[in-house]
Design a protein around this ligand. Structure first.
Ligand SMILES: [Ca+2]
Length: 196
């Protein structure tokens, strides 16, 4: 019988046959099993014989550890996001399956998957890994999907007279004499004016 440190029974097992069999010594082995020494009348060459029984170690499976990265770090709507779970591991075995929940109602499987978010927002991506003994572990990471940047017109102005006037070149200037950062970096047109 095996008990825990408070004397509670964890398991018991009977060895022996129909005659007199006894155990006199038990020791834990390096593989967390047990070796039992005793005598047996039931087995062996006849009358009493030495008897050694080896009990297998208690198989304890360590759960896997789920981990993943994604790219790009700041995805935008309709962009392909790649999720990579190769940083997940099992300390005493291998990972058999990777199950993804992308947080937008879509799911996937595999160590490396890609997904496209069709609307902006914060999504909780859940990865569940299962090891070769059926133990699981999950991780959730929040991903923010932003809207695609579409430049908007801030202002426009025309220069020129009643004849042909064209601009062929533009350059950003660092304006002096202003205190505001915004104004220091404003655009200035340097047009080439052709008039005839
Ligand atoms: Ca394991």
């Amino acid at each position: 019988m095996k008990t825990d440190s408070s004397g509670k029974k964890e398991w018991d097992k009977t060895f022996g046959g129909s005659s007199w069999d006894g155990a006199y010594s038990v020791e834990q082995t390096a593989d967390s099993g047990y070796i039992i020494a005793g005598e047996t009348e039931s087995y062996g060459a006849g009358s009493y014989d030495f008897w050694l029984i080896k009990v297998k170690g208690e198989l304890t499976n360590q759960p896997p550890v789920a981990s993943f990265t994604y790219s790009p770090e700041k995805p935008v709507v309709n962009q392909t996001v790649t999720f990579n779970a190769s940083s997940s591991y099992d300390p005493d075995g291998t990972i058999d399956s990777y199950v993804w929940n992308f947080g937008d109602g879509e799911t996937g499987s595999g160590e490396m998957v890609s997904h496209i978010y069709s609307s902006l927002g914060d999504y909780e991506v859940n990865l569940t890994v299962t090891d070769d003994n059926g133990a699981t572990n999950s991780i959730i990471r929040k991903i923010t999907v932003e809207e695609i940047f579409v430049p908007e017109e801030e202002w426009n102005k025309t220069f020129g007279g009643s004849d042909d006037d064209r601009a062929y070149s533009v350059q950003q200037t660092a304006d002096s004499g202003t205190s505001s950062l915004e104004e220091q970096s404003r655009m200035a047109l340097v047009p080439m004016i052709c008039g005839w």
